[in-house]
Design a protein around this ligand. Structure first.
Ligand SMILES: Cc1cc2nc3c(=O)[nH]c(=O)nc-3n(C[C@H](O)[C@H](O)[C@H](O)COP(=O)(O)OP(=O)(O)OC[C@H]3O[C@@H](n4cnc5c(N)ncnc54)[C@H](O)[C@@H]3O)c2cc1C
Length: 350
């Protein structure tokens, strides 16, 4: 820590790490207090666990919403925070946090975006979502070049022999999308049942029956290489036979799982892989860095969205006091406060 401010960094009162439900509600609470923030998430879309793990499941314990779909909850939160015009930086993991000589924070993402922030709210949940990796010898050697876990540019797969592994929507969608554009597409999935849209499965099976797409029920057991480049893979089929498939690119779509990742390296006090906070303002061991939602721990902590919302409200007051220590704090109601209603864009009270 104790670095100078970075040139060209985005100036902000607060960086929120994580665009899950709790990070999104923190935008609202900061906005009510007149503060603007920047939100960063390693996923390409907001919503955290709600959109990544259970978008269609109904939630029953959000106050005043007897039932609400997980994705619907995120859509509602995004609607609620619209008046506050937060900056969103998606598909970027916050990698480093350093305190500047001024006491502000230099925050940087793995994609190179930098922030000069008065404070930080970490709403990182269980961590940033990482792809489940292909566990075969030599996989590391080809990762990022010929073994990929996500498609950044579909054109990179065109005209190539492609092996896709997985049985969810991503694997099926890419197999269908690339069929006819790649030189060959082979799909490998460990069992006959898929966790994908039935219509996609039916289309894939029809293409396989026509011989336009290869399909094997089995798992990749090893990778083959020639002159240092990936040249194929051996698949162990469920009937115990093996088949060698020539390919230049392997796309493994095994889903994502959360990993605390860089948050653990920012020098903050941890307890059982969670950030220790106080319960007055949910501040971590580092003044000016707050932690809310699933990422924090304190006596009696319950990992519920409801608890995270409460923590967001109190952390926002903590942020305000940290950034503007001389400012008098008092509680205002959205029903009656002209200044809050103006911030919400709903006009003065009647
Ligand atoms: C199947 C299931 C059902 C559930 N049902 C309920 C329910 O009915 N009621 C309830 O209250 N709760 C429920 N939960 C729990 C609830 O989803 C979590 O409590 C909630 O999502 C926590 O929100 P969060 O914003 O703290 O974290 P998350 O939703 O985990 O979001 C954290 C975000 O931070 C991002 N992130 C982490 N580290 C970084 C980094 N370094 N850089 C950039 N981004 C980063 C992640 O990518 C992620 O998007 C359920 C959970 C599951 C899995």
């Amino acid at each position: 820590m104790n670095e100078p401010a970075a040139r060209g960094a985005i100036q902000t009162e607060c960086v929120i790490v994580g665009a899950g439900p709790v990070g999104l509600f923190a935008v609202f609470e900061l906005g009510l207090l007149g503060m603007k923030c920047e939100v960063v998430d390693s996923l390409a879309h907001p919503g955290g666990q709600c959109t990544e793990l259970y978008p269609d499941k109904p939630i029953y314990d959000i106050p005043a919403l007897p039932v609400c779909g997980a994705k619907e909850l995120i859509d509602r939160l995004l609607e609620q925070i619209k008046p506050f015009h937060a900056g969103f930086h998606l598909g970027q993991e916050v990698s480093t946090v350093a305190r500047q000589a001024s006491g502000r924070f230099d925050v940087e993402t793995a994609a190179g975006t930098r922030f000069d922030a008065g404070s930080l709210i970490i709403a990182g949940g269980l961590g940033s979502f990482q792809p489940r990796r292909l566990l075969v010898p030599d996989a590391d050697r080809f990762e990022g070049t010929q073994l990929l876990y996500r498609v950044r540019r579909a054109e990179d797969f065109h005209g190539k022999d492609v092996l896709i592994a997985g049985g969810g929507d991503s694997a099926l969608d890419w197999a269908l999308e690339l069929c006819g554009k790649s030189r060959s597409v082979t799909l490998v999935h460990r069992r006959a049942e898929f966790r994908a849209q039935p219509a996609s499965v039916a289309r894939m099976q029809a293409l396989a029956a026509d011989g336009r797409l290869g399909f094997h029920e089995g798992t990749i057991r090893s990778l083959a290489s020639k002159d240092g480049r990936l040249s194929g893979a051996t698949v162990l089929r469920t009937d115990k036979s093996t088949v060698d498939i020539g390919c230049e690119l392997v796309l493994a779509c095994f889903g994502l799982h959360p990993k605390l990742g860089p948050i653990a390296n920012w020098g903050l006090a941890l307890e059982k892989k969670a950030l220790r906070v106080d319960t007055e303002k949910f501040q971590t061991s580092e003044p000016g860095i707050f932690a809310i939602g699933d990422v924090n721990t304190y006596p009696g902590k319950k990992k519920l969205i409801l608890s995270g919302f409460h923590e967001a409200a109190l952390a926002a007051f903590g942020v305000q006091h940290h950034v503007y220590p001389a400012k008098r704090q008092f509680l205002q109601y959205t029903t009656t406060s002209p200044v809050m209603r103006e911030r919400l864009g709903v006009g003065p009270p009647e």
